[in-house]
Design a protein around this ligand. Structure first.
Ligand SMILES: *Cc1c(COP(=O)(O)O)cnc(C)c1O
Length: 395
């Protein structure tokens, strides 16, 4: 186990708490009605959390399926966890990727007859078996998927194709995370449209015990809890953000779930110095010191994932206290005001950009506000240069 705090060689790193991930998974699974399958979304390097480690741990704890963005990611995840677990490729499969899809035992998401033809004509999957597919239905997201009004016919064609095995149908909500009345009404409309499509799936396909019907991402889950009647025909969920510990919005039915953050983002002080009032700080002189100040130069910048909109706006934790960022965030460095710290910091001291340090915490919601963005983007923007340090590894 590598401990970031005590590893002086690191200048920017994230800590991934695998025990927190494991606890989140348990809590979410416990909150779901019995029999609902857990599809874990691990695209984009598990939202920047280090896919190989995340996948290994989630696999040990039991997930029913991994969702990846594309064939390349699917092949990487397959390498980590071997055969025996389903893997759904959420994005479009390119014509040239079909053999890699089949060789890695991945399940494709089909949106169009042309895709069906390409897949079917490329031959069978492993051991000559038909290629497993889910049909993706566009119920109002306006992105991938067959338009819901055309879906029944397409689904029948896929089900009738001997070189394909229809293993599921799904849709994706465009505004499940929006609490406003019209957004909620739209989600319900998407759900109604999808349920109508599900009813058109040939009974033989639907009757298979491992046939999956899924619509809900993390935000959709809150409408998923509750009565069996409301669940209707859904028997699986696709969980991303929530398993990484980003809480559902206030007043959600899942508010009691209290997932724990899995990722925290740290750096160090490279230099401390005093500058007189009136000194401009960083590129383009957007900040001018109002008083004689003690500043610290942090060894991370936008080249590591410190967002440029955080310039002159965000704070970081040093010595357990908040210190404001001064001026522009630069590629490799960020300047902060440490004048008010009771104990003057020194080069090498810990700087926390996101997460807990001593008594205080910078939660991802606050970081998003400073960065003018959404949590998915915050995680995906932490760059390759930032070492992933794992905690909570099992022996
Ligand atoms: C990314 C993604 C998810 C996961 O969404 P979260 O909000 O992170 O839970 C689910 N379904 C599809 C189709 C996705 O692309």
């Amino acid at each position: 186990m590598t401990r970031g705090m005590s590893n002086p060689a690191l200048r920017a790193w994230v800590e991934i708490d695998l025990m927190a991930l494991e606890r989140n998974l348990r809590k979410i699974k416990n909150a779901l009605p019995a029999g609902v399958r857990y599809m874990s979304v691990v695209k984009a390097d598990a939202y920047g959390h280090d896919a190989p480690q995340v996948v290994r741990r989630l696999r040990q704890c039991g997930v029913d399926c991994f969702c990846v963005a594309n064939v390349r990611e699917g092949a990487d995840v397959r390498m980590v966890c071997g055969p025996g677990v389903d893997m759904l490729v959420l994005g479009a499969v390119l014509p040239d990727e079909v053999s890699e899809l089949a060789a890695n035992g991945l399940t494709a998401a089909l949106s169009a007859p042309e895709e069906m033809e390409v897949l079917a004509s490329a031959g069978a999957g492993r051991h000559g078996a038909p290629l497993p597919v889910h049909v993706k239905v566009d119920t109002g997201m306006g992105r991938l998927g067959v338009w819901h009004e055309d879906a029944p016919e397409f689904i029948r064609a896929v089900a009738a194709n001997p070189r394909l095995e229809l293993r599921g149908v799904f849709t994706h909500f465009s505004c499940a995370d929006d609490a406003r009345e019209d957004a909620r009404a739209f989600t319900e409309e998407q759900r109604r449209r999808f349920v109508r499509v599900v009813e058109s799936v040939p009974a033989a396909a639907r009757a298979k015990p491992d046939f999956l019907v899924h619509a809900d991402n993390s935000a959709g889950l809150e409408t998923f809890t509750g009565s069996a009647e409301k669940l209707g025909k859904f028997n699986a969920v696709r969980v991303g953000l929530l398993q990484y510990g980003v809480p559902p919005r206030k007043n959600s039915l899942l508010a009691d779930l209290k997932p724990e953050p899995v990722l925290s983002f740290h750096s160090r002080i490279g230099l401390v110095k005093r500058l007189p009032a009136g000194t401009p700080i960083s590129y383009n002189r957007t900040h001018v010191l109002k008083r004689d100040s003690q500043i610290a130069i942090v060894t991370a910048g936008y080249g590591d994932g410190v967002p440029i909109p955080a310039s002159d706006r965000a704070s970081v934790l040093i010595g357990g206290r908040r210190c404001p960022i001064l001026g522009r965030v630069t590629m490799d460095q960020t300047v902060v005001d440490v004048s008010d710290l009771p104990v003057p910091p020194r080069a090498g001291d810990l700087v926390t950009l996101l997460g807990k340090q001593n008594g205080d915490t910078i939660p991802v919601e606050e970081f998003c506000h400073w960065a003018d963005t959404i949590p998915w983007d915050v995680f995906c923007s932490i760059t390759k240069r930032v070492t992933r340090v794992l905690r909570g590894e099992r022996c």
